[in-house]
Ligand binder design. Structure first.
Ligand SMILES: C[S@@+](CC[C@H](N)C(=O)[O-])C[C@H]1O[C@@H](n2cnc3c(N)ncnc32)[C@H](O)[C@@H]1O
Length: 286
């Protein structure tokens, strides 16, 4: 039986760049998170958009790819028949060992993309990354849309920033959301982001816009004990980064006393009760 601590990361050393969560633990945290989210997806599918993955040589971009786990997993599932590009603002987080049909390079979603990428991709995927465009989320999404081939697809996944858990059973989860909301506000990102995206896609002329709320169970509420523990470790490490970021805000989102013990309290709540993190999957066709 594995324990939460077995999912600690000590082997990734990255410099602090533009991503406020950057830390030694972050790449391992995101890799654990990938498997928990994937398990919660409809039919455990990485791609909800109805892309015909049996075709050869589709060009697929994963923006905000971190250590490329999403790409490497999809590449394995699709037998190496596609061409993948992975980008992230943290160059040091990108994988250094990968198959020849994938490339990875640094890119900040707030900057212009390479001109060659215009209408280049059959599928663009971006998960839990758009808030880092701050008050330019719409513009940043628009730049992604420009890179989709006519007839191609885009799939975004962003937290709803709501929870189905009650405040009586999950007080820490509710405090966690207060912290996340305060950080979104400090970045300038809208709290309604997951509900704004479908509208922005439609306004830009994308069709077949669909959404699906995915309930990711972290900790004891996950039916799979191993994934539950990975999820709890993921959230514990996320909470560490969030608490650090919250301390730098002009106004603390929760009391200093609650903030001081938040990581331990949240870890306990996840281990004993678990918590639901709803993520909205949104996909659309150009
Ligand atoms: C919450 S993680 C999600 C990672 C991955 N997409 C996943 O779902 O597992 C956010 C990712 O966005 C990246 N990121 C943060 N700011 C960014 C920016 N301005 N441009 C591109 N990537 C950014 C981080 O380095 C990190 O890998």
């Amino acid at each position: 039986m594995t324990t939460v601590d077995e999912f600690n990361a000590t082997d990734h050393v990255k410099e602090k760049e533009d991503y406020f969560m950057a830390s030694d633990e972050e790449a391992q945290r995101l890799s654990n998170q990938h498997w928990v989210i994937k398990d919660a997806m409809p039919s455990k599918q990485l791609v909800c958009a109805p892309v015909d993955m049996s075709r050869d040589q589709l060009c697929i971009l994963d923006s905000g790819t971190a250590d490329g786990t999403w790409i490497l997993d999809l590449n394995k599932e699709t037998g190496g028949r596609h061409i993948f590009v992975g980008t992230d603002v943290l160059e040091s987080q990108l994988p250094t060992v990968y198959p020849s049909n994938a490339t990875f390079h640094a890119h900040d979603i707030n900057n212009a993309w390479p001109k060659e990428y215009k209408e280049y991709f059959d599928l663009i995927h971006q998960r839990l990354t758009l808030p880092f465009a701050g008050n330019k989320c719409k513009e940043s999404l628009s730049a992604l849309m420009d890179m989709v081939k006519p007839g191609g697809w885009i799939q975004l996944m962003e937290g709803t920033l709501l929870t189905t858990d009650s405040v009586e059973v999950n007080p820490c989860m509710h405090n966690y959301l207060k912290i996340v909301h305060a950080i979104y506000k400090s970045l300038g990102a809208p709290l309604t982001l997951s509900r704004d995206i479908p509208q922005w896609l439609k306004e830009a002329g994308f069709v077949n816009v669909e959404t699906r709320e995915i309930h990711v169970q972290m900790g004891a509420s996950n039916k799979d004990t191993d994934l539950g523990k990975r999820g709890a470790a993921t959230q514990r490490d996320a909470a560490k980064g969030m608490v650090e970021a919250a301390r730098k805000l002009p106004k603390l989102p929760i009391s200093e006393k609650l903030l001081d013990t938040f990581v331990e309290d949240f870890t306990r709540e996840l281990g004993q009760k678990g918590a639901c993190f709803p993520i909205m999957a949104i996909w659309a066709q150009k």
